[in-house]
Design a protein around this ligand. Structure first.
Ligand code: ZN
Ligand code: FE
Ligand code: FE
Ligand code: ZN
Length: 274
């Protein structure tokens, strides 16, 4: 099994040494992990607000992953990065991504306009918003993010539900449109177990949504969104049963930004919830 969503203490809101994440992955019998820390945000605000690593920490992040690869040959370690998608920052992100040989780039929508809708500090803003419009804007941003062709994987693709806000109206057309665009753009999505540890208490995405992606044959990866070593591979038994329930028989891995398919059965171990 793979865990493609592992953060590091460089982003300012995760704890533990990078080696501790690797050790935890090895003891959980994972075959492959990907570090996927937050790419420096455009401007200085990322590090100041503990949202991402600083611009000048990126070389260190990359070399640390390379060092760990040598120190722990018993597990495959991929170089990933979680890049925020906000319209207007595409050329900044594109330029930064060309500097290193990432195995994959995960695009994540955490902002609607200036609003960090999933940030606990900005949760109050939900009270003054129309939930259906927020969902509409969110799915529109997901489609835009895929269309940039900057990303191999789209992260936690219903993060908008994090605090339990649910739309009243139908969202099925938006889901269909989004899945179609993802398929056209060739991106994979992530089954992200961190939602189980959030107020919504549900994996990202829900089974209902995952079935739509399955219908359009959009590939999947698995991620824990670990911000502490303990969370590596957490609840992956649930993630795998969700994938199967939605009809998936395969997941994908990435190397040098090339996608490879792997049977779900082939992954020898599935980490259970602790
Ligand atoms: Zn984070
Ligand atoms: Fe994220
Ligand atoms: Fe993350
Ligand atoms: Zn994340």
């Amino acid at each position: 099994m793979i865990d493609y969503h592992i953060h590091t203490n460089l982003c300012g809101h995760a704890i533990g040494e990078m080696a501790d994440y690797v050790k935890e992955a090895i003891s959980s019998d994972l075959e492959e992990i990907g570090f996927n820390d937050h790419l420096p945000l455009n401007g200085d605000s990322g590090k100041e607000q503990n949202l991402s690593m600083a611009f000048d920490e990126l070389p260190h992040y990359v070399s640390e992953v390379m060092n760990l690869r040598k120190s722990y040959p018993e597990i495959r370690i991929k170089l990933g990065i979680e890049a925020d998608f906000t319209p207007g920052t595409e050329s900044y992100t594109r330029e930064l991504l060309t500097r290193y040989d990432f195995d994959y780039v995960m695009g994540s929508v955490h902002y609607i306009g200036e609003w960090a809708f999933d940030h606990p500090g900005e949760r109050k803003e939900w009270d003054s918003r129309d939930v259906d419009s927020v969902y509409k804007e969110y799915f529109e941003l997901l489609r835009k993010s895929a269309r940039t062709s900057l990303f191999d994987i789209i992260g936690h693709c219903d993060l908008v539900k994090k605090f339990g806000n649910r739309p009243v109206g139908e969202i099925s057309k938006d889901l269909d449109d989004t899945a179609k665009v993802f398929k056209e753009c060739g991106v994979a999505i992530e089954i992200n177990t961190s939602g189980l540890r959030k107020p919504v208490s549900e994996i990202y995405p829900s089974c209902e949504i995952l079935q739509v992606y399955r219908k359009y044959d959009v590939p999947i990866v698995f991620g824990s969104d670990a911000h502490t070593p303990d969370d590596v591979g957490r609840d992956f038994d649930k993630a795998v049963s969700l994938a199967r329930q939605a009809g998936y028989q395969e997941f994908v891995t990435f190397e040098n930004r090339n996608m490879k398919h792997q049977k779900l059965d082939d992954s020898k171990s599935i980490v259970s919830s602790q």
